[in-house]
Structure formats: C-alpha cells, structure tokens
Design a protein around this ligand. Structure first.
Ligand code: DQA
Length: 149
C-alpha cells in the first residue's frame, strides 16, 4: 500500500461523546465509536491517516489545535455548541494556518435561532451541515481534495 499522504485531525466538540443517546432526528443513531469507525474506513479509501479526538472543554480543543498545527495537514472539526459563541476557538482556527472544514450532523440553519450563527465558519475553508454522518465524510473528502489542488 502507498504511504498515507496526509495527516488529518478530526475534532469532535462537546456532547458528541453522547451520540447514540441524542435526538436521532438531528444527530442520527450512530454512536461516536461507530462514526469514528466509518471515518477510519473512509480515510483508508482516501489514503490519509486520521487522528481523532472528542473534547467537552474549550481549552482542550484549543490546545489540540495549537499542538497539531505543525503535525497535521488539515482539520475536520465539529465544534458543536461552541460553534455558536466561542471566539476563542475561532481565533485558534484562524491562527493555525492549516485548512479547517467545519461540519455539523444537523442542519443548524433550520433549528433554534441561536444555532443559525456560526462564529467559526468564516475562518474555515468550508462548512457542511445537515447530512448526519455524511457531513463528516464529505468534510474529509473536501479537505483531501483541497490539499491535492
Ligand atoms: C451540532 C449542532 C450544534 O448546534 C449542537 O450544539 C451540537 C451538534 C451538530 O453536529 O449538528 O452539539 O454541531
């Protein structure tokens, strides 16, 4: 097998460790472990290596972005509720200078008003939402295509 060409960081934000117990209408029925398994399968097909983390705290998300900026080539992030108000995560995404794709399982534009705002979107190269686990799979594909350009 060819050497894996890119290292991609996948970051799941708060409460995503509870997938499988959250409202399936928005988040589907997959557990986080199952979602990660599908992501690893997709990464194999794309010939990239994945580092996957889930954190409930803003600090851990920010520290991981800082640490991984020189190690990883790109990031797929679901900042979860932090999407809507964390300027600190926005600044971290902005400063790391590697491409970041924002993904959401649910359609954040068809839910409560507070979810319609993403403070992180503008510093990401792309945003994908509303496709349940396919949002992540498309996010991974998007970042690999972007890096291949
Ligand atoms: C989410 C949407 C957010 O509004 C919410 O707080 C989440 C998950 C999604 O994937 O649809 O926890 O980011």
């Amino acid at each position: 097998m060819d050497k894996e060409i890119y290292k991609i960081l996948v970051l799941h934000g708060p409460n995503l460790n509870m997938l499988g117990s959250r409202d399936p209408k928005f988040y589907g029925r997959l557990t986080l472990d199952k979602l990660n398994k599908i992501l690893r399968q997709k990464a194999k097909e794309l010939n990239v290596s994945l580092k996957i983390h889930q954190f409930n705290s803003e600090e851990k998300i920010i520290k991981t972005l800082h640490r991984q900026r020189k190690i990883c080539d790109g990031v797929v992030i679901n900042p979860a509720a932090f999407t809507h108000y964390s300027y600190a995560i926005r600044d971290a995404i902005d400063l790391i200078k590697i491409p970041v794709v924002e993904v959401h399982l649910s359609n954040i534009y068809e839910r409560e008003d507070f979810r319609k705002i993403s403070v992180t979107k503008d510093v990401c190269i792309h945003q994908i939402y509303g496709k349940k686990e396919n949002s992540y799979l498309e996010g991974l594909e998007y970042i690999v295509n972007y890096l291949n350009k």
